[in-house]
Design a protein around this ligand. Sequence first.
Ligand SMILES: [Zn+2]
Length: 309
Amino acid sequence: MIIDVHRHLVAKDTVQGAYIKGASLSFSMMYRKAHNLDISPRDFVEKVVRPLLDPQADKVIEEMDAAGVDMTAIFPVDYGLIFGEAPMHIFDQNKLYAETAKRHQGRLMAFMAIDPRRKGALKHCEQAYHEWGMKGFKLHAGVGYMPDDPVCNWVYEKANEWNIPVMCHTGGAPSVGLHWENSRPAYFATAASRYPGVDFIFAHAGDLAWWQEAMQAAVWLPNVYLDLSLWQKPFKKMPPERFYQWLRHMIDMVGPDKLLFATDAPYPNLFCPLKDWVKVFESPKAEVKFTEEELKLILGGAARKVLKL
Ligand SMILES: [Zn+2]
């Protein structure tokens, strides 16, 4: 079973103008470099992002089918308190995700994205969990709270009570003015150590600078898992052998039962198609050796346990 634990939908009105402006700067730069062509941030939004609009995820399912991905976890991001509310309120975005997951039951599952400081957040999440069947939390502390601040405790307590994972953004961010420091794995590690009954997924495994910090957390804390989304970019930039040496190191340190295949689609899929990213783990072309068992765990075996499938 192949599971992508980290994906977003491209849906109208789910991000606010300033975010689109800033994010298009970062993502168009990456796109220009990856494809060696000249495209402005505006054209990137119009010509590359707009055609990806797919709020009901029918195209997502086609992409998963073509790549052999059985299940994908989807969630929005709650940026509202830092950038101003998106035209579609985050509560409605969560509902859209829940409905889309229901439409493709057995292929998609949805997590609720929430800023723990929001008014009415607990009530909303109770409804999202009990009535809409949402199966995890998604936190992005870069919007202005610290992961180990008591303001987050109710999220961890509910995750514990409901036996669902907490997906946390760890790593960098596009040029939109997010608080980088808040997304350091160490802060989420402190939270994870206080809630040993809750599975924490460190998205992007700490990213380019903090993967060692994320690795350290996963080595110490039984409830910390690392998702490998966003690593398509370094994979594309470095000789494959070097990437596989890094992967070997991660497996040796934290174990393959704590590494989760993931994309952070849609953007990374523009640089490395889903099909190719699956192949990277399905049939590594490298001197470095992996066992079939290790690769199976990374591609879905480990996620199955964390997502309670
Ligand atoms: Zn993401």
